[in-house]
Design a protein around this ligand. Structure first.
Ligand code: PGA
Length: 250
C-alpha cells in the first residue's frame, strides 16, 4: 500500500506573517499525523523560517524550483545544494507554470531533477497535457515524453526520493478538475511507462499525485481513485482550513 502524499504548492503567494501563521496552524492540527505524508512548498525567501517553524513535526518543506547548475554566475538562481543547506527536504520541478510561462523544456527539467537528487532532495516531477493536446488525443504521448525525458539518466537507486505529479494544465487554477476516471487513466499510463523504464517493483512503489483544482469538496473522490497516491494542491493550500480540509478528507 502506498501512503498518500499531500503537498501544498503556495506558488508566489503569502507574506512572511501569513506564511508563519499558516504553518503554525498546520503544525498544531496535522504535524503529528503518520497516516499521510504532508509537505508545504513556500516561496524560497521564507523557506528557512518555515523549516524552523516545522522542525520536529512530520510536515516536510520544499522549494518550488531550483537551478540546473551547481554554482556560479547564474544571477537570480538558487542551487539545489543551497535548498538542502537551509533544510529543504524537497523540490517541485517541471511545474506547468515553469514549462509554459518560463518556457522550461524537458532537457532543462531533467538537469534540474538530476542535480536535485544528487543534492539529496526529494523531487516532485510534474507532467501534464494542455487542453489542446488532450483534445488532439495527445495526452499519453505528451505525459509519456515528459516523464521519460524528465527522468533520463536518473539511477534506480534514487527513485525512493521521487514522486510524480500528474497535473493537466487545463485543470490548474481553473476550477476544472479531471474526473477520477481521467486521473486514474493517466496515472496508470504513467506507471506503465515508469515500469518500462525501471521494472515493476519500483513502479509499484512510485507515488503519483494528482494536481489541478483539488479542494476539500472534491479531494475524497479524487484521492480514492485507482492509482492516485495523493495530490499537489495550489490555491487551496494557502489557507489552513482548506488545506486541512483536504488532509482530513481521507
Ligand atoms: P491549483 O494548482 O490547485 O490551484 O489548481 C495546482 C498546482 O499548480 O500545483
Amino acid at each position: 500500500m502506498r501512503k498518500k502524499y499531500i503537498a501544498g504548492n503556495w506558488k508566489m503567494n503569502l507574506e512572511r506573517k501569513s506564511a508563519l501563521a499558516l504553518v503554525s496552524v498546520l503544525r498544531e492540527r496535522a504535524g503529528a499525523r503518520e497516516d499521510v505524508d504532508i509537505a508545504v512548498f513556500p516561496p524560497c525567501v521564507y523557506l528557512a523560517e518555515v523549516v524552523r517553524a516545522l522542525e520536529g513535526s512530520n510536515i516536510k518543506v520544499g522549494a518550488q524550483n531550483c537551478c540546473d547548475q551547481p554554482a556560479g554566475a547564474f544571477t537570480g538562481e538558487i542551487s539545489a545544494a543551497m535548498l538542502a543547506d537551509v533544510g529543504a527536504d524537497a523540490v517541485i520541478l517541471g511545474h506547468s507554470e515553469r514549462r509554459h510561462v518560463y518556457n522550461e523544456g524537458d532537457e532543462l527539467i531533467n538537469a534540474k531533477v538530476r542535480i536535485a537528487l544528487a543534492a539529496g532532495l526529494e523531487v516532485i516531477l510534474c507532467v501534464g497535457e494542455t487542453l489542446e493536446e488532450r483534445n488532439g488525443k495527445l495526452t499519453e504521448k505528451v505525459i509519456g515524453r515528459q516523464l521519460t525525458a524528465g527522468l533520463a539518466l536518473v539511477a534506480a537507486r534514487e527513485l525512493g526520493r521521487l514522486t510524480v505529479a500528474y497535473e493537466p494544465v487545463w485543470a490548474i487554477g481553473t476550477g476544472l478538475n479531471a474526473t477520477p476516471a481521467q486521473a486514474s487513466a493517466a496515472h496508470a499510463y504513467l506507471r506503465g511507462v515508469f515500469a518500462g523504464m525501471y521494472q515493476e517493483a519500483p513502479a509499484e512503489r512510485l507515488r503519483i499525485q494528482y494536481g489541478g483544482s483539488v479542494k476539500p469538496q472534491n479531494a475524497r473522490e479524487i484521492l480514492s481513485a485507482n492509482d492516485v497516491d495523493g495530490c499537489l494542491v495550489g490555491g487551496a493550500s494557502i489557507q489552513a482550513e482548506s488545506f486541512l480540509g483536504i488532509l482530513e478528507s481521507r
